[in-house]
Design a protein around this ligand. Structure first.
Ligand code: ZN
Length: 236
């Protein structure tokens, strides 16, 4: 598949023009390095997920994007399935980030959120409301718990800070858009929320919204589940 893409691109454009096109649209190609300044393409989610194996590279991408994020101290618990080594304190310094209050996530989640803010959230806010989002309300990231809060079974991605639960948005005008209130119906708030949910599906491995089940009626769950094959994603 990749070889076919390369060969047909080179045959069609010629080598030099192919390389120029590749440099102009790195998001179209699986082999180009990720930059958080690029638009979102078909391979962006795989490149973000791969950052889990390269924490220094992930931190350098955030630094280059001037998000104002800072490394968080490692967190280790007596439960070995819980904790993280390479957490990121989101927007703790002056930077391009929206306001999140206090939030620590894994580095790939922080990187995916940065792209989502710029490429999905702000364009959708301009389109539907003609103004910017200034802050994100959330229910946090790290939580040492199993899926659905059960006593047995696999641990949630929250147990390693590889997930974040988004509860709603605050606009420049002071208006708020809580998911629990504004998801139902088909008003402009509801259309905005569906659009930003769908945009997250191009970046995160798993995206769950109120469409999924009652447990998600008041938030979006975004996660970067580790160990999934490239191309795997779930968007409900
Ligand atoms: Zn969650």
């Amino acid at each position: 598949m990749l070889v076919l893409l390369l060969v047909s691109g080179v045959l069609y454009l010629g080598w030099d023009r192919f390389r120029a096109f590749e440099a102009e649209h790195p998001e179209y190609f699986p082999w180009t390095p990720l930059s958080l300044g690029d638009p979102v393409g078909a391979f962006t989610d795989d490149k973000l997920a791969a950052l889990a194996d390269d924490a220094p590279h992930c931190r350098s991408l955030l630094a280059k994007a001037r998000t104002g994020d800072r490394p968080a101290p490692p967190r280790r618990l007596s439960e070995p399935a819980c904790g993280y080594e390479d957490g990121i304190e989101i927007g703790s310094a002056e930077g391009t980030r929206l306001a999140y209050g206090r939030l620590v996530t894994s580095c790939p989640v922080a990187a995916a959120l940065a792209l989502w803010e710029r490429e999905t959230l702000q364009p959708a806010a301009q389109k539907h409301f003609g103004e910017r989002v200034v802050a994100i309300d959330h229910f946090g990231s790290f939580s040492c718990r199993r899926l659905y809060g059960r006593d047995e079974g696999p641990f949630s991605e929250h147990a390693t800070a590889d997930a974040v639960d988004i509860a709603g948005f605050r606009m420049e005008s002071g208006a708020t858009i809580p998911i629990v209130r504004d998801w139902p119906g088909d008003g402009r708030e509801a259309r905005f929320l569906r659009e930003v949910r769908d945009g997250a599906c191009d970046l995160f491995r798993t995206v769950l919204s109120p469409d999924y089940n009652e447990a998600h009626a008041d938030h979006f769950h975004f996660d970067m589940a580790a160990g999934r094959p490239a191309g795997w994603s779930m968007c409900r």
